[in-house]
Write a protein that binds this ligand. Structure first.
Ligand SMILES: Nc1ncnc2c1ncn2[C@@H]1O[C@H](COP(=O)(O)OP(=O)(O)OP(=O)(O)O)[C@@H](O)[C@H]1O
Ligand SMILES: [Mg+2]
Length: 273
């Protein structure tokens, strides 16, 4: 009998221009929501120097992506099921050589991500900004979810990151999440502001996945090391995550654009060298 064709997963980074805007919180709770909706989800912690996904889930993995990159373990041995109902490929914290990975090592991460079978969605939680490693991970994934909040610096830094990815690599598919907003209206306002700038100066429009409310239950859930949507199903963020997870699922077939990580020769000097 011919084996059933393996599914092609939706692969997306959860990224931002400015740090501390809620990427890891969004990754963990979006993955938990997608899993609750019946999707098989893998989260890869790509914040390589300062991994946080394991901390948010209260786990202390023995093996990490570092062991895969240095040939000491196979990805299958490192991936673990976690309490959000999804699988995690954890990274490690405080290892300097992991913060500035060489191109060859990025290729290994890319191959590990692309060779995972059986997942509907693979989310890559990146570090913030336009460091070389972060740009590479954003190029690896066909979809980039950009998290930002009401702070002016988070808006300008998100724009700067999209500008670099567009001007240097031609990327023009960004999906925004306005995090920690008071209400739907504030989220819309932030989105329209950035979308207007992107249209005017970059020549393309942005996709909006929706808002996530500011909720004092968020820091409490992080302290308890539980996904908020599980720990506090009454939180007003639950509906926000349901909506975003629905939109992500509707992406269906992934874009082919962006799957190729450019070689060092294709990248202008001073950008990734
Ligand atoms: N919707 C929200 N409501 C209230 N607080 C929030 C919300 N989202 C995030 N936070 C707060 O912001 C803090 C930073 O979140 P998180 O660690 O997910 O950010 P990050 O973008 O991953 O940071 P880094 O750039 O360091 O990786 C959390 O500790 C949390 O308390
Ligand atoms: Mg983080």
């Amino acid at each position: 009998m011919t084996p059933a064709p393996s599914k092609t997963p939706i692969i997306a980074t959860v990224t931002s221009g400015k740090g501390g805007v809620g990427k890891t919180f969004v990754t963990v709770n979006l993955a938990t929501t997608l899993a609750a909706q019946g999707r098989k989800v893998l989260v890869v912690d790509c914040d390589l120097g300062l991994a946080n996904v394991d901390i948010m889930l209260g786990i202390y993995p023995q093996l990490t992506l570092k062991d895969v990159l240095f040939g000491q373990a196979r990805a299958e041995d490192v991936i673990i099921p976690v309490k959000g109902g999804f699988d995690l490929l954890p990274a490690c914290s405080g290892v300097r050589e992991m913060a500035q990975l060489l191109y060859e090592k990025i290729q290994i991460v890319k191959n590990v991500v692309l060779s995972q079978e059986g997942y509907d969605v693979i989310l890559l939680d990146t570090g913030a900004g336009i460091a070389e490693t972060v740009l590479q991970f954003n190029l690896l994934a066909p979809r980039n979810i950009v998290v930002l909040n009401r702070e002016l610096t988070s808006i300008t830094d998100a724009y700067a990151m999209m500008k670099v990815l567009h001007q240097v690599f031609g990327r023009d598919t960004f999906s925004l999440i306005a995090n920690a907003v008071a209400d739907e209206r504030e989220g819309q306002k932030i989105f329209h502001h950035v979308d207007g700038i992107a249209r005017r100066f970059l020549g393309f429009s942005l996709d909006y996945l929706g808002p996530i409310c500011r909720d004092e239950a968020v820091p409490r859930s992080i302290l308890r090391q539980e996904p908020l949507v599980l720990a506090d199903p009454g939180s007003k963020t639950v509906a926000c995550f349901d909506r975003i997870a629905g939109a992500v699922s509707r992406w269906g077939k992934p874009l082919t654009k962006g799957l190729a990580v450019p070689t060092p020769e294709q990248v202008p000097r001073g950008v990734l060298h």
